[in-house]
Design a protein around this ligand. Structure first.
Ligand SMILES: C[S@@+](CC[C@H](N)C(=O)[O-])C[C@H]1O[C@@H](n2cnc3c(N)ncnc32)[C@H](O)[C@@H]1O
Length: 207
């Protein structure tokens, strides 16, 4: 999905600074209250659903693309009174160093970019470097949910998880969000579903 710059982008970002953590000036302290993170929120439907479902949790949404980020902010501003979430416009790689060890309950990654060229594999959000960082920031028993439509990424990700045996794995293929209450669907998922594309889910529990 190629997102265009919308004419309301600047005003939405300007008017909703209270739900945004600026990358400049970010500290470990500013992130220490979050219990759950979503990496690559896209348009934000999933994050919004989780925030509404679980008022006792504190969510941090991370999205690198400024146009997607503006749409995310536009969606989340309608529930800002919930006061249990913030969003950051940055690549996750820039946020990792500020997340404390053993501080997070759940990590959600929904339909990440597949990075299909071999020289790009290390950018995959399931690459061993990332798995080690997820392991570091998750609490014991904490979970990672990794959903994709891309079979190559799915198979490669299983092998990355096996190579980095830090998680107990459950593989769900095909996976239907409609049949579970803990993992709402996302904008991408609904599009794939309409086209009849199968979705897979890898759930890893920190050993
Ligand atoms: C294919 S879209 C999926 C969006 C949404 N999760 C969904 O399922 O509808 C992937 C999103 O992840 C974002 N993204 C990719 N790599 C990222 C990274 N390293 N850190 C933060 N966001 C990232 C992209 O900008 C894009 O919005």
């Amino acid at each position: 999905m190629r997102l265009r710059h919308k004419k309301w982008t600047s005003s939405v970002l300007e008017e909703n600074k209270d739900i945004v953590i600026p990358l400049k000036g970010i500290t470990s302290k500013s992130l220490e209250s979050f219990t759950d993170i979503e990496i690559g929120c896209g348009l934000g439907g999933f994050l919004k659903d989780l925030v509404l479902l679980n008022p006792d949790k504190r969510y941090l949404g991370i999205e690198v693309n400024i146009n997607a980020f503006a749409s995310l902010v536009k969606k989340m501003k309608d529930i800002k009174e919930k006061d249990n979430f913030s969003v950051i416009n940055a690549p996750f790689e820039r946020v990792i160093p500020y997340l404390k060890s053993s501080s997070i309950d759940n990590i959600y990654i929904n339909f990440p970019d597949p990075w299909i060229k071999k020289r790009q594999y290390q950018r995959r959000l399931s690459y061993p470097y990332f798995l080690k960082e997820y392991y570091r920031i998750l609490k014991p028993g904490g979970k990672i949910f990794f959903r994709t439509d891309n079979l190559d990424l799915f198979n490669a990700s299983i092998s990355y998880f096996m190579l980095t045996p830090l998680f107990d794995l459950t593989i769900s293929y095909p996976f239907y969000s409609e049949k579970v209450d803990y993992l709402p669907s996302t904008e991408y998922e609904r599009k794939f579903r309409e086209k009849g594309v199968s979705i897979s889910l890898i759930t890893g529990i920190k050993k």
